[in-house]
Design a binder for this molecule. Structure first.
Ligand code: UD1
Ligand code: UDP
Length: 370
C-alpha cells in the first residue's frame, strides 16, 4: 500500500512520528510512505527540530508555501498536493488534525478520487469562528476512513450522519468511522522514556528543584485580539508572583507580544518535543490554548487551565482535570490558585492504550490496500 502523508504545522510533524514509527516497526514490507511537507511551518524550531529528534523520515517533497492569508496559503498547498498525488498515484492520503495543511490535502485528494484517511477525526469545538473548526468539518466530510481519538469525536460524527455499523467496501460515499485512541498518547508514552535522559532544559532554566507552571499561547483568537492577549499576559504576570511561569513562545505570539516582560515569567523560544515533554512532566500546572498541550497535560496527570471559551477535548474538562478559563483575567488566576492548592487526582483512561498507530495501520491495510 502506497500512502502519501501530509504534514505542515508543528503538531502534525509530531503526530506523523507515531505512524512512521509503527510502519517501520510492523509494516515496512507492506506500506510505502511518501511524506509531503507543505512548508506551513518553516522555522527550525517549528519544524526541523522534530525531524532531527523524533526519527521521522526526511520529507520526500517540501512545497515551501510559508505564511500567508488562509486563502493564499491553502490554495498554494492544494496546487502542490494535487500535482504530487497525480504523479505518485497513492492508494490513499493521510491527514492529521485541523490545520490549513489538513484542509488542502482533503480538498486536493477528494476531487481527484484519492481516498482520504483522517487521523484525529470528529473533534468539534462547535465554534465556527475558529479556522480549525472549518478545516475539521470539511476534512471529515471528504474522508473515507475517519479515526477518532475519543468517544466524543465518534459521537459527533454519528450525529452528523456518518454511518456507524456499515460494511465495506468503503468510499467517500460509504465512509468508515473508528474510535481508536490518540496517536499523541502513543508518542507521549514512547518519548517520555527518553525525554528525561536526553533533555537538559530544566537544568538550563534553573528549574531542577523549583516548582513552576508551564504556559503556551498561540490561538489566533488570543494573539490577534489585543484585549484578550493583554488579559492573559497580565494574568501570567500576576500569577508569577506566586509561581515561576515558563512560556515557550510561538512565533505568532512573539510578533504580537515582543516586549512582554515579567520578572518571574521565563519567556523562551519554542522548544523541541523532548524538552516540551520534560517541562510538562515536571510542571505543577499547565496553562494553554493549544489542543495538543491540553491533552499532554492530561497524559502527564497535570491540571490544565484552558485559555479558551470552549474545547473539543471535552472529556478532559468533564473529569475536572482541566478548566475553561477563557481569556478572563480573574478566572485564570482563580483556577490556577485552586489547582496549585488542590491538584486533581483522577485521570481515567480517555485516550486509548498507546497503540493507536498500529490499530490505524491495520485498518488502513484491511480497507484500502490493493
Ligand atoms: C497553525 C494552525 C493551528 C495550529 C498551529 C500549531 C491553521 C489555520 N492553524 O496556526 O491550528 O494549532 O499551527 O502551531 O492551520 N510563523 C513563523 N514561523 C513559522 C511558522 C509561523 O514565524 O515557522 C508565524 C508567521 O508570522 C505566521 C504566523 O506565525 O503568519 C501564523 O502561522 P500559521 O501557520 O498561519 O498559523 P499558526 O498560528 O501557526
Ligand atoms: N510543542 C513543542 N514545543 C513547543 C510547544 C509545543 O514541541 O514549544 C508541542 C506540544 O508538546 C504538542 C504540540 O507541539 O505536542 C502542540 O502543538 P501546538 O500547540 O503548536 O498546536 P495545537 O496542538 O494547538 O494544534
Amino acid at each position: 500500500m502506497k500512502i502519501v502523508t501530509i504534514i505542515g504545522a508543528r503538531p502534525q510533524i509530531i503526530k506523523a512520528a507515531a505512524l512512521s514509527r509503527a510502519i517501520q516497526e510492523h509494516y515496512a514490507d507492506r506500506v510505502q510512505e511518501i511524506i509531503v511537507h507543505t512548508g506551513q511551518h518553516y522555522d527550525d524550531n517549528m519544524s526541523q527540530v522534530f525531524f532531527d529528534e523524533l526519527g521521522i523520515p526526511h520529507p520526500d517533497y517540501n512545497l515551501h508555501v510559508g505564511s500567508a492569508s488562509h486563502g493564499v496559503q491553502t490554495a498554494r498547498m492544494i496546487e502542490g498536493i494535487e500535482q504530487i498525488l497525480m504523479d505518485e498515484k497513492p492508494d490513499c492520503i493521510v491527514l492529521y488534525g485541523d490545520t490549513n495543511s489538513t484542509l488542502a490535502g482533503a480538498v486536493a485528494a477528494s476531487k481527484i478520487h484519492v481516498p482520504v484517511v483522517h487521523i484525529e477525526a470528529g473533534l468539534r469545538s462547535f465554534n465556527k469562528s475558529m479556522p480549525e473548526e472549518i478545516n475539521r468539518i470539511v476534512c471529515d466530510h471528504c474522508s473515507t476512513l475517519l479515526f477518532s481519538p475519543t468517544k466524543a469525536g465518534f459521537d459527533n460524527l454519528a450525529r452528523e450522519g456518518f454511518p456507524v455499523n456499515n460494511e465495506g467496501p468503503y468510499s467517500i460515499d460509504n465512509p468508515k468511522v473508528f474510535h481508536c485512541g490518540d496517536i499523541m498518547y502513543d508518542n507521549s508514552l514512547h518519548f517520555s522514556k527518553v525525554a528525561d535522559h536526553k533533555s537538559i532544559i530544566l537544568k538550563q532554566l534553573g528549574l531542577e528543584d523549583k516548582p513552576f507552571a508551564l504556559a503556551t499561547l498561540h490561538r489566533d483568537s488570543n494573539t490577534d485580539q489585543p484585549e484578550r492577549l493583554n488579559a492573559i499576559l497580565e494574568a501570567f504576570k500576576e500569577l508569577s508572583k506566586e509561581i515561576t511561569i515558563v512560556l515557550p513562545m510561538h512565533p505568532r505570539t512573539r510578533k504580537k507580544a515582543a516586549d512582554f516582560h515579567a520578572d518571574n515569567v521565563i519567556v523562551i523560544e519554542p522548544v523541541s518535543f523532548l524538552e516540551m515533554i520534560q517541562l510538562e512532566k515536571h510542571a505543577q500546572m499547565i496553562l494553554t490554548d493549544s489542543g495538543g498541550v491540553q491533552k499532554e497535560s492530561y497524559f502527564f496527570q497535570k491540571p490544565c487551565v484552558i485559555l479558551r471559551p470552549e474545547t473539543e477535548w471535552v472529556e478532559i474538562v468533564e473529569t475536572g482535570a482541566a478548566t475553561l478559563a477563557d481569556a478572563d483575567y480573574g478566572k485564570i488566576l482563580e483556577t490556577s490558585r485552586h489547582y496549585l492548592q488542590q491538584p486533581p487526582v483522577k485521570f481515567p483512561e480517555i485516550f486509548g492504550d498507546g497503540h493507536a498507530a498500529k490499530f490505524i495501520l491495520e485498518r488502513m491495510l484491511d480497507c484500502l490496500a490493493p
